[in-house]
Design a protein around this ligand. Structure first.
Ligand SMILES: NC(=O)c1ccc[n+]([C@@H]2O[C@H](COP(=O)([O-])OP(=O)(O)OC[C@H]3O[C@@H](n4cnc5c(N)ncnc54)[C@H](O)[C@@H]3O)[C@@H](O)[C@H]2O)c1
Length: 337
């Protein structure tokens, strides 16, 4: 049995704990959070755990074998390095850190302490996005491909919109897409970007659009806003030289017997034929989080090689950093890390 502790038991710490709770080979034993309310909520969910106001006390506990870090992004570097220094494996939330420089320090610490540093790029463990990668890798869409991801919603107003702690949607939300595009398309080359600040009271950029050009010739077009006042919209599709993929079944009929157990994408070919591609879903917790928890535990046991270590996840932060910097001037920028 592997004992897991959580540093940060707010929104994502809670959700991560629900995923680990679905896995039989581990036990949730501890939670640390600065907030009394967050600690009390965690204790109510897991009465047999020990909770701490100071995470260093959790790290001193011999009971804790591995640690999930789910604190504001600007604190990932210092907390994850403390976990590694304590000799414990760490699953650190995405984005890996607020800046590329911070990511580099985390990678160096993982080397120095010979520890496991896994970044929670949950989409890599997601059957829904995995189904897209399979279609892309099968060649059914042809090459090159343009992936369009446009999202606007009412965003958070707390630390997520503090430039140093969160950095806004173009890093916090969109990093899932950057990382997955890096996975599907390979090395990013350049970004073209432009941002607008609709809410000037908050320090982070709340709205922006960018094109990421990959060395492979593929492109990602991303536009994200956390500044709409109500509702929100999403465009999510891939357009290739031989066909396209859009999220969801559209108006195609889905089998009744599969309701609640499967989700669907639609794949189009050049003749206008449409076919459903299906993927498994979980009734309670996102399957990606459960798969991610299982992968972390397998890596801790030496049964798997980490698929999202620091030196992979840094690529997503590098794309975000280039987009945020180029967005201010509306120019192009090389992606480097
Ligand atoms: N993978 C995903 O789908 C996903 C979704 C949402 C958030 N996240 C990421 O998870 C991380 C946390 O986000 P959240 O939504 O849980 O935020 P949150 O504000 O809900 O929770 C963060 C918690 O960290 C605590 N905290 C802050 N500093 C601390 C410290 N030094 N020691 C102990 N506790 C501390 C806060 O009190 C709070 O309870 C962020 O990096 C965010 O980007 C990931």
């Amino acid at each position: 049995m592997i004992n897991i502790g959580f540093i940060g038991t707010g929104g994502m710490g809670t959700y991560q704990s629900m995923a680990f709770n679905e896995v039989k080979s581990c036990r949730i034993v501890a939670g640390a959070d600065l907030s009394d309310k967050a600690r009390a909520r965690f204790k109510k969910s897991y009465p047999n755990t020990t909770t701490y106001a100071n995470y260093h006390d959790l790290l001193r506990s011999d009971d804790v074998d591995g640690v999930v870090v789910a604190v504001p992004t600007g604190h990932h570097k210092s907390v994850a390095i403390d976990v590694l220094r304590a000799g414990k494996p760490v699953l650190c939330e995405k984005p890996m850190a607020r800046t590329v420089a911070q990511c580099r320090q985390m990678i160096e610490a993982a080397k120095r302490y010979k520890g496991l540093l896994m970044i929670a790029h949950c989409r890599r463990y997601d059957p829904e996005w995995g189904a897209i990668a399979k279609v892309v890798q099968s060649g059914r869409l042809g090459s090159p491909i343009l992936w369009r991801h446009v999202l606007a919603c009412v965003g958070p107003r707390n630390w997520f919109m503090d430039d140093k702690l969160g950095g806004g949607p173009l890093i916090d939300g969109a990093v899932h897409t950057y990382d997955y595009a890096n996975y599907m398309f390979g090395k990013p080359d350049t970004v073209l970007s432009s941002s607008i600040k609709l809410n000037r009271k908050l320090t982070a950029t709340d709205t922006g659009s960018a094109v990421v050009r990959y060395k492979s010739g593929n492109q990602l077009m991303i536009s994200w806003s956390w500044a709409v006042t109500s509702g929100g919209q999403q465009v999510f599709d891939l357009i290739g030289s031989r066909g396209g993929l859009s999220a969801g079944p559209g108006d195609l009929k889905t089998p009744k017997a599969e309701k609640g157990r499967y989700g669907y994408h639609t794949v189009h070919d050049l003749k206008g034929n449409r076919r459903l591609v299906k993927f498994r879903v979980h009734p309670r917790v996102g399957l990606m989080y459960i798969n991610q928890a299982k992968h972390f535990l397998a890596c801790m046991q030496g049964k798997a090689k980490c698929e999202t270590p620091g030196n992979v996840a840094i690529g997503g932060v590098a794309v975000a950093e280039a987009i945020l910097k180029a967005g201010k001037t509306g120019s192009a920028r090389k992606v480097t890390w």
